[in-house]
Design a protein around this ligand. Structure first.
Ligand SMILES: [Zn+2]
Length: 276
């Protein structure tokens, strides 16, 4: 039996492997089942939870992803989305794309416009609940980045946006010509927020050097683009931003006056690479 909620999994069943025993999977009713009978159901919302040991990450709850989605809908990350679109337009040989650590799915939905087969996962079930809303053709999954339920050499492109990487897993699932598009915060990212909480930070200026060095260690850098924009922000947006920014999770807001902030810089460095 097949319905519109599982069609994307049915069409792409050959790319999946069981996260428990690594064997092939078939579609049976509304579940993916492996040769050893490990079974993963497609939820009512149309995604699959592949997590074997569930430990929900702290701070990243439903409110976090709701707030994040609101900020994205307000256009705060539009300049970054535009660069991603440009890069994807130039990747004409991409058929299968993975959004690794997709969060609320903002970039998965952008990639969907390009007619790729899209696989998108996040460790957080709350994120996938937000991401999988509405009609889409994306295989959304709750999954561990250290055990991606996709076969070796099966993917052509990985998006890895403002989220940690696992280059060993990326290398395993990517085809020989496969690419990684990674976004890391630029050094001016949220500099207005960092400034008012500087007493509670180790360094006021953010450095992405370590993350970029790690990328270069595993990938041959093909392209590097900076996407930076400073945007006016109202008090509600500022409040959303504070709730959706991991930087703020450990900050004591008691003596912080953020009402003077009228604009926010969103700074991203986009790295395109081929795995070594
Ligand atoms: Zn299995």
């Amino acid at each position: 039996m097949s319905n519109n909620k599982n069609i994307q999994f049915t069409n792409n069943i050959n790319y999946f492997r069981c996260p428990k025993c690594k064997s092939n999977m078939i579609m049976e009713n509304n579940s993916l089942k492996c040769e050893n009978n490990h079974c993963f159901d497609i939820s009512k919302k149309g995604y699959i939870n592949f997590l074997i040991n569930r430990k929900p990450p702290e701070g990243y709850d439903k409110t976090f992803f709701e707030k994040r989605r609101e900020m994205l809908n307000d256009g705060f990350y539009e300049h970054i989305a535009k660069e991603i679109t440009n890069i994807l337009d130039n990747c004409t040989d991409v058929k299968n794309l993975v959004d690794a650590g997709c969060g609320d799915g903002y970039y998965s939905h952008i990639a969907e416009d390009k007619n790729h087969n899209i696989f998108a996962f996040d460790f957080s079930k709350d994120a996938i609940n937000v991401a999988s809303r509405g009609v889409n053709n994306i295989c959304f999954m709750v999954s561990d980045i250290n055990n991606i339920p996709l076969k070796d050499n099966s993917m052509d492109c990985i998006l890895n946006i403002y989220t940690p990487a696992n280059y060993i897993e990326f290398k395993r699932i990517l085809s020989d010509s496969g690419k990684i598009i990674k976004i890391v915060p630029g050094k001016e990212h949220l500099k207005e927020l960092r400034h008012i909480i500087k007493e509670q930070l180790k360094n006021e200026e953010y450095s992405n050097q370590e993350v970029i060095d790690c990328f270069k260690e595993h990938c041959e850098l093909i392209n590097r683009v900076r996407a930076k924009n400073t945007i006016r922000v109202n008090s509600k947006q500022l409040e959303n931003l504070i709730r959706m920014t991991p930087l703020m999770f450990d900050i004591d807001l008691k003596n912080i006056n953020y009402n003077d902030i009228s604009e926010i810089t969103i700074d991203g460095e986009i790295l395109v690479g081929k795995i070594k």
